[in-house]
Design a protein around this ligand. Structure first.
Ligand SMILES: [Zn+2]
Length: 283
């Protein structure tokens, strides 16, 4: 074999190897493409940063990923970097009083004066991060401070609630009712101590605790955006028979961002949502 022939042979072998590599690369690309086409949708749905409107079927819960056929996935981070999966579902109402050993003062913080429009100024420390972000966001939409959101009545101690309740009982007795009748009647107006959400520090009344709040720009904004910060209208108009409380356009309860979005999607009040979750657990 001449030198030239040997040189040609080497070049032929190289071309052969390059061709083999090219075929292999093409084959690999085809396989990857096929796998993506088949499983692509599932892996997209599994990500936690999927938009709220997506039709995906996964839901992210605070501790783990659970899959449900009907629940959309929500982003795990809310406005201002707030944890959107953080959730408080403690149900407090006339039938579900706070436990005897409930730590009323344990996690409270003082709301800065610029945010307050009343006598009381304490709230749950963790809830305040969400509430402050919500108030700041609402105020950014309004130039006139008279249209700003203010906290009217946040946390109430057991004793404050007791005093409010007792005052109401006295008023009913003065109106001619017996003690027993007065207590029942009073409970429809003022919640008994230990049974009000205000005793938890997770709730607040805003601006004015009157029906006129409904016709303010603050209420309109809350209707649209409160859930983005983890708050729900606690006593809606169409749920009075379930909550046992009259419609209160001014009273909002923190439940968590993704929980609030889910409750609104399902059109459930807290009583219904807690029952719904318990039902899911039993399945
Ligand atoms: Zn209230």
């Amino acid at each position: 074999m001449t030198r030239e022939q040997r040189h040609k042979a080497i070049i032929k072998r190289r071309i052969f190897v390059i061709c083999c590599l090219a075929v292999l690369a093409l084959f690999t690309a085809l396989v990857v493409f096929a796998v993506k086409a088949v499983f692509g949708k599932k892996s997209e749905g599994g990500k936690s940063e999927v938009s709220v409107n997506s039709e995906s079927s996964d839901v992210i819960s605070s501790s783990e990923q659970t899959i449900s056929d009907s629940t959309p996935s929500y982003p795990s981070v809310g406005p201002n970097g707030l944890d959107a999966n953080y959730s408080i579902l403690l149900l407090v109402n006339d039938k579900n009083p706070l436990p005897e050993d409930y730590d009323y003062e344990g996690n409270l913080t003082t709301i800065p004066t610029g945010y307050i429009n009343g006598m009381l100024n304490q709230i749950d420390k963790d809830v305040w991060n969400y509430m402050k972000a919500m108030i700041d966001a609402q105020r950014e939409t309004q130039t006139d401070p008279k249209n700003w959101l203010y906290v009217r009545s946040p946390y109430r101690s057991y004793d404050t609630q007791k005093m409010l309740y007792e005052n109401q009982v006295t008023r009913q007795i003065n109106a001619g009712l017996s003690r027993e009748e007065a207590e029942i009647k009073a409970a429809t107006v003022v919640t008994r101590p230990g049974r009000s959400e205000h005793n938890t520090g997770f709730s607040a009344d805003f601006n004015i605790a009157e029906d006129s709040f409904e016709s303010t720009p603050m209420f309109t904004w809350m209707q649209e955006h409160a859930a983005e910060y983890g708050f729900v209208l606690r006593f809606p108009k169409d749920k009075q028979d379930i909550t046992g409380i009259i419609y209160e356009s001014w009273h909002y309860r923190f439940v968590g961002i993704n929980t609030a979005k889910e409750m609104n999607r399902l059109n459930m009040c807290l009583e219904e949502y807690v029952e719904y979750l318990n039902g899911k657990k039993e399945k």
